[in-house]
Design a protein around this ligand. Structure first.
Ligand code: GLY
Ligand code: MN
Ligand code: MN
Length: 462
């Protein structure tokens, strides 16, 4: 974990943003797969990690804003636990590592919360996303699960989002550690992307690289020759020459910061002319987005600018037509690029998504669009220095979407529907990198993973 001072400073800052009452942070619990002792890989809650750094189940924490108290709740382990799980420092020792002086057994927390509630003091908590946390809120605060989101604290959410959005140097260094793992994962995936290999052969190998580096994957790996299915988690297909392999994968650093990269690889190491034409359009959109990123710009505008690059490329390829500005303003490009340009990245791959996209990606200056495609943009607001985000444009040929739009005669002046028939089995292309917003521009984090078509081909050639 980071030095205790980091966590103390983070909590001090937080305390100043929340006017009164108690701030309650719930750590995550072990989650059983099929019986209690057979658990999924433990993942601590990211906000708990951010403010308390402690990476084990069974913890909760309270900050009493008026009384300036900072308390950690949990139970010390007994001999039974030591036999099965090994030694764990005492709660006091663990608390000291993150600068918390007061500790108490978990059973005392309920009384403390109930007493505060009786006095009418506000108890701030973040929206829970796990059933165990919802159960605690029900038992301790009487908040029914279906209301646990609406009863969470906007003041706390806003304060946490403001802090977690701006990455410190030590956090950026963690993301770069995760990206070192990503580099190895992608060089391996490119090398392995040969005819006769199964998707699962590569997925298993690259997930193993993340594990071998001491972490885990940051999200379930997407590795598919059906890249047109955006979050395809099936790994059963055999790779054949002529197909494109989309690999969207991430690793976690030891402190759980994520990387999130996508590359699209021609199976066997050679793009066809048709594939290369579309690849170059996606790459042009990707590069123009990175160039456009700087403090003060709205990410929605970067998204729209990228959409124009993509629409203009598709027009040159004969797949779109008409006025590019008009096509993008009517959302015609979304037939091919139906998702947002990117999202914040940090302790979560979609950073802070559980706190609500309207807080993380939007603010009073920008409303969420209801236009197909643009509506899925996770990050739209003005960028600030030390935000870390992804740039991940794509072009996909989704037969069901093409058929639906064609039937509805949607965006007829802008789409060359007759030309799309020849692309029904094309799949998709996405290129994703992780970007730091600097004082006056942006920096691509991590070592360059082959991205130009010729470099990808080279890395994918045996
Ligand atoms: N890995 C999902 C995404 O790129 O957002
Ligand atoms: Mn991704
Ligand atoms: Mn992403």
């Amino acid at each position: 974990m980071f030095d205790a001072k980091t966590y103390v400073k983070r909590r001090e800052l937080l305390k100043k943003q929340v006017p009164s009452g108690l701030i309650l942070f719930l750590g995550n619990e072990d989650s059983p797969m099929n019986y209690a002792a057979n658990t999924y890989h433990f993942r601590q809650d990211s906000s708990f990690l951010y403010f308390y750094g402690l990476d084990s189940p069974g913890l909760a924490a309270v900050i009493d804003v008026e009384e300036q108290k900072d308390m950690l709740f949990g139970n010390d382990i007994g001999i039974e636990d030591i036999i099965w799980m090994g030694y764990l420092p005492t709660l006091k020792e663990r608390a000291a590592k993150v600068g918390v002086n007061e500790t108490a057994p978990l059973k005392d927390l309920e009384g403390m919360l109930k007493e505060a509630a009786q006095k009418g003091r506000p108890i701030h908590f973040l929206p829970p996303y796990r059933a165990e946390s919802q159960m605690k809120l029900l038992a301790w605060l009487g908040v029914p699960p279906q209301e646990s989101k609406s009863k969470s604290s906007p003041e706390l959410i806003k304060a946490v989002v403001a802090q977690r959005s701006v990455k410190s140097e030590e956090e950026i260094a963690q993301i770069e550690i995760a990206l070192k793992t990503s580099y190895k994962m992608y060089i391996t995936a490119m090398h392995m992307a040969q005819p006769g290999i199964y998707e699962k052969d590569i997925a298993g190998r690259i997930d193993g690289i993340a594990m071998a580096d001491g972490g885990a994957t940051a999200f379930p790996t997407i590795l598919t020759i059906n890249g047109q299915i955006l979050h395809n988690h099936d790994h059963g297909n055999l790779l054949e020459k002529g197909r494109l392999l989309v690999v969207d994968a991430g690793a976690e650093s030891p402190l759980h910061y994520a990387s999130d990269i996508t590359r699209t690889i021609p199976v066997g190491g050679k793009f066809s002319a048709k594939q290369k034409e579309i690849y170059e359009i996606v790459l042009a959109g990707h590069e123009s987005a990175i160039k456009g990123i700087k403090p003060g710009i709205m990410y929605k505008d970067v998204h729209l600018q990228t959409a124009k690059v993509i629409a203009s490329g598709l027009k040159s390829a004969g797949l779109m037509k008409g006025d590019v500005e008009e096509a993008v303003s009517q959302g015609a490009h979304a037939l091919f690029f139906p998702h947002g340009l990117g999202h914040m990245l940090g302790l979560d791959v979609h950073d802070m998504e559980n706190l609500g996209e309207s807080y993380v990606g939007y603010d009073h200056t920008v409303n969420r669009s209801d236009q197909f495609g643009l509506a899925y943009l996770r990050l739209a607001k003005e960028l600030r220095p030390n935000y870390v985000l992804t740039v991940e444009p794509g072009i996909y040929f989704i037969p069901a979407l093409i058929d639906t739009w064609k039937k509805e005669k949607k965006c007829l002046p802008f789409i060359a529907y007759d030309k799309l028939e020849a692309y029904r089995d094309f799949g998709g292309i996405r290129i994703e990198d992780n970007i730091l917003v600097t004082k006056d521009g942006s920096r691509v984090l991590g070592r360059l993973i082959p991205k130009k078509a010729a470099k990808v081909e080279q890395a994918a050639t045996l």
